[in-house]
Design a protein around this ligand. Structure first.
Ligand code: GDP
Ligand code: MG
Length: 590
């Protein structure tokens, strides 16, 4: 294919605005998949994507399109919309020259529309706005423009024409030395690493010896081809094309995202690469039972091979035994990882309450020596250094963007204030809708802020954030005690101002989730030796089974079986059975 007949583009938008549905129609219209009723978000292949109805992983598909007697090769990348996965979007953009920015006509511009627009704008890509879902109620502001319906396929041909006309071709020449960008990679048990590449210049074929610039290691190309969206092996890949390559790499670290590949006998200047994704939410992960440790270890290893943005460290806890501390891009990322472990690897996992990476500036010479520096990052609250050895604590901040109808501004501002937000700006983006910018401590928005914002605005507000710097904060460690015994896994770091309300809320939440047992259970929140909140779970009434005595034996068996099944999802901490979900739900505030 001549380079000037190639177009590489991403579909970007706020979540649910119709990216994956538009991808379906484009695949159908170009014959990549057959037209059937069943084609619903075909690029969302993972079970977790299908169940949650969201895209988690960017997917590439090459399409053949003829227009005006010319044949074009279009490489489309469907991307996720949720803020946790914006890393997937930025690296996908690096393989493209243009984007389709989809906007749901009913919802208009939302927080991730703005965020994604800036990603594309800063990468200097051609931006084609596409107004979707036009066959429903259309706000007056955009009725004068033409829109499409990704669901029905109306006007979608115009989108393909715009891609051809308005997105520049990738440039580069087949006569240049071979140079390719690795923009994604995944791991296949039989074939090793499958890297997604965008060929910047030259050509590559099976049997070529190529080098990855990052590690300067040489590999022989075993297989390469296009993604349509299934792998479709070809003889060669040429400048301008996007495809996959398999070259005997055993570990995704060998195919680092952002890396440059070149021919071993023809070195080239490496591309600038990407900043590595930064884990912002950490949690402990433990097997339900220590006998399941090896199985869980291999599941985590395999899944992280496919998701290099997850960080893993070994960890252990008194109550839960040996496990790991994992770092994620956000809470949804963590939930998705956990769900994939359970669904794709059949693992049963206890996840401890998530925490953000705090920092402490140490004052003790001894500790400074031990840590090899004054500054320590704390990803496990149980290891929070005591104030007596610390000059200053620091917490990670984020710059949040909220878009909402102005009727909700007052409510939203008080929510932000209650989360220690500091307003940076407020502008009207049209007559009725406001864009607010706030600086937040990450810790205050990571768990439940988005849910609250949604529910208080009847679903109309949207939220996005980007990382900002660390700021000094008055932080303290709060312990949770069950029958007087501190439960390390429930220890949290809180801002002093928020200690009382957080402690109270955590005790209340635990009371709701811990079932009655044979004895009374005291749930307490404490700072040092000072108890600041308490709740009690009353003991069982002794006669739960009494009504079954002499009665129907199958009913009794059923009741016992139900209890035993319930037990399996419990973890014994001291003498108390704690449901495994309690560790996370305890942080959610109502
Ligand atoms: P994504 O998150 O941007 O990938 O959005 P999806 O493609 O998963 O679509 C989200 C929802 O919007 C799904 O329920 C789609 O069926 C629906 N949807 C997508 N396009 C249209 C459209 O043109 N009209 C209508 N009515 N619904 C649409
Ligand atoms: Mg999608």
């Amino acid at each position: 294919f001549p380079v000037d007949k190639i177009r590489n583009f991403c579909i970007i938008a706020h979540i649910d605005h119709g990216k994956s549905t538009l991808a379906d129609r484009l695949l159908e219209m170009t014959g990549a998949i057959a037209k059937t009723e069943k084609n619903k978000q075909v690029l969302d292949k993972l079970q977790v994507e299908r169940e949650r109805g969201i895209t988690v992983k960017a997917q590439t598909a090459s399409l053949f399109y003829s227009h005006d007697g010319q044949e074009y090769l279009l490489n489309l990348i469907d991307t996720p919309g949720h803020v946790d996965f914006s890393y997937e979007v930025s690296r996908s953009l690096s393989a493209c020259q243009g984007v389709l920015l989809i906007i749901d006509a009913n919802q208009g511009i939302q927080a991730q529309t703005v965020a994604n627009f800036y990603l594309a704008f800063e990468a200097q890509l051609a931006i084609i706005p596409v107004i979707n879902k036009v066959l429903s109620d259309i706000p007056t502001e955009i009725t004068d423009r033409e829109g499409i319906s990704a669901k029905l396929g109306t006007n979608v041909e115009a989108v393909l024409q715009a891609v051809v006309k308005r997105i520049p071709h990738p440039g580069g020449s087949v006569d240049d030395p071979f140079k390719a960008l690795v923009f994604d990679s995944n791991f296949d048990h039989y074939r090793g690493v499958v890297a997604n590449i965008a060929v910047i210049g030259g050509r590559v074929k099976k049997g070529d010896n190529i080098v990855s610039a990052h590690l300067s290691k040489t590999y022989e190309v075993n297989e390469l081809g296009l993604l349509r969206p299934e792998e479709h092996a070809t003889q060669k890949l040429f400048a301008g094309q996007v495809g996959y390559i398999i070259a005997g790499m055993k570990d995704v670290k060998e195919a680092q995202i952002g890396d440059t590949l070149y021919r071993h006998d023809h070195p080239v200047q490496a591309l600038p690469g990407f900043k590595p994704a930064k884990a912002m939410v950490f949690a402990g992960m433990y097997p339900m039972d220590q006998s399941e440790y090896p199985a869980l270890r291999s599941a985590i290893e395999r899944l992280t091979l496919n998701d290099s943005s997850v960080t893993v460290q070994r960890d252990s806890s008194l109550a839960l035994g040996a496990g790991w501390r994992l770092g994620f891009l956000g809470l949804l990322h963590m939930e998705v990882f956990n769900q994939r472990l359970e669904q794709e690897y059949n693992a049963s996992v206890i996840v401890t309450s998530p925490t953000v990476p705090y920092k402490a500036i140490l004052s003790s010479a001894k500790l400074i020596k031990e840590h090899g520096g004054e500054e320590v990052t704390i990803v496990n609250p149980a290891q929070f250094p005591d104030r007596s050895v610390v000059l200053e604590y620091l917490e990670p901040m984020v710059l949040g963007t909220i878009l909402a109808p102005d009727a909700y501004t007052g409510k939203i501002m008080s929510l932000c204030l209650s989360r220690r937000g500091v307003q940076k700006s407020m502008v009207y983006i049209d007559e009725q809708r406001v864009m607010l910018k706030y600086l937040f401590p990450l810790n205050e928005i990571v768990v439940d802020f988005y849910d609250l914002l949604k529910s208080m605005s009847s679903g109309y507000a949207s939220f996005d954030y980007e990382n900002a710097d660390y700021q000094a904060a008055d932080l303290i460690k709060m312990d949770i005690l069950l029958n007087g015994r501190p439960v390390e896994e429930l220890t949290t770091i809180v801002h002093r101002e928020r200690a009382y309300s957080t402690g109270k809320a955590m005790c209340e939440r635990l009371k709701e989730s811990i079932p009655r047992q044979m004895f009374e259970i005291a749930i307490q929140a404490a700072i040092g030796s000072k108890v600041i909140a308490r709740e009690t779970v009353k003991a069982f009434r002794k006669n739960v089974l009494a009504k079954c005595y002499g009665g129907d034996i199958t009913r009794k068996m059923k009741l016992l079986k139900r209890q035993a099944e319930g037990k399996k999802k419990m973890r014994r901490v001291g003498n108390v059975d704690v449901p495994k979900d309690a560790f996370i739900s305890v942080l959610k505030r109502k």
